[in-house]
Structures are given as C-alpha cells and as structure tokens.
Design a protein around this ligand. Structure first.
Ligand code: AMP
Length: 175
C-alpha cells in the first residue's frame, strides 16, 4: 500500500548497547511519532482482526507498550508477563536458558482461563528464547494461543526456529 509509512525509518540502531557487539533496536523514535505509533498498532491489530482475541499478553517491558495499545484496539484484556518478583499475586514461573545463564518470566496464576484466546506481544524477536518462554506460560492455562506479534524481527538470529509450529507475525524484518 503506497500510503503506508516506512516504519523501519523510525527505528534507531544503537551500536554496542547494552553491551559490546549488540546493535540495539531503539523504538523510541517510533513511539514519539503519533502517526508511526498509531500505524504500528493498527497494522499489528489488522493481522489478528476478527480472530476473537480475548487477552493480549505483553512481555515486560517494551511488550507492555505495544501490547496495551493492541489490547484496546482488539477489544481484549491485557495481561502482563513480568520479570521475577514484580507481580503481587500468586504466579506461575518459567525459567529458560540464555546464551550465558538463565532468566525467568512470571504470570499471575489467575490471569487466563481455558476459554481465553491469547495473543503474545513484544517489541523485538531476537533468538526467540523470551517468546518461547512466554508461550510455555500461556499454554499452561489450556488457553488457545493465536501466536506471537512483534514489531521487529531479527531474522538472522532465527528466533522462529525456537518457536516451531507457533504463528509469528512481525512488521519489520532485518536479514
Ligand atoms: P530473545 O529472547 O533473544 O528473542 O530476545 C528478545 C527480548 O530481548 C525482547 O524482549 C527484546 O526487547 C530484547 N532484545 C533482544 N535483542 C534486542 C535488540 N537487538 N534490540 C532491542 N531489543 C532486543
């Protein structure tokens, strides 16, 4: 579509952040543009329109920004998936492997039901470890899961390979 914004032009590459060798995809220019932010959320929502999503599960912390806006757009509720010891109620936790060490994600144990249809949201898909961990947490409830929606996919890190059989939708791809 010719009237679409070039959303990639609103992403800033920050070399060596947060550590040497990482090129950080900074989404703050996109968030700071009302037109680009609105179009991002509209395009993310359009990919799942009519799918009767009942809950959007956003991954801390940048997944909260897109996930909350997407939940409103899809007329769904919002569920936070958080780093350990942030959530006040009882949680399910899932520990997963990083390149060096492990990490943990948590979700409230009453956040979803088997009747929910859930869309998981984050900003960036890199190696896929975070998305795969969120998937495990959500599937524990017996909910139907529509897939993972992200703004930016770093295809060269092959995150989709860790999410085999799981639908992944991205707006911007880096090869
Ligand atoms: P991964 O588990 O490797 O797919 O990493 C995904 C998580 O790390 C997401 O929550 C991203 O916000 C963050 N992340 C990983 N790599 C980058 C990057 N190059 N730029 C910005 N965020 C990143």
């Amino acid at each position: 579509m010719s009237n679409e914004l070039d959303l990639a032009s609103f992403i800033r590459d920050v070399p060596d952040f947060p550590k040497a060798g990482i090129v950080f995809k900074d989404i703050t220019p996109l968030l700071g543009s009302s037109a680009a932010f609105e179009e991002t959320v509209e395009r993310m929502a359009a990919a799942f329109a009519g799918r009767e999503i009942t809950k959007v599960a956003g991954i801390e912390s940048r997944g909260f920004i897109f996930g909350a806006a997407l939940a409103v757009q899809l007329a769904a509720g919002f569920v936070p998936i958080r780093k350990p010891k942030k959530l006040p109620w009882r949680t399910f936790r899932h520990e997963y492997e990083l390149e060096y060490g492990t990490d943990v994600l948590e979700i409230h144990d009453d956040a979803l039901t088997s009747g929910d249809h859930v869309l998981i949201v984050d900003d960036v898909l890199a190696t896929g470890g975070t998305g795969a961990a969120a998937r495990v947490l959500v599937e524990r409830f017996g909910s139907r899961v529509a897939g993972l929606s992200i703004v930016i996919e770093l295809e060269f890190l092959k995150g989709r390979d860790r999410l085999k059989g799981f639908p992944v939708h991205s707006l911007i791809q880096y090869r």
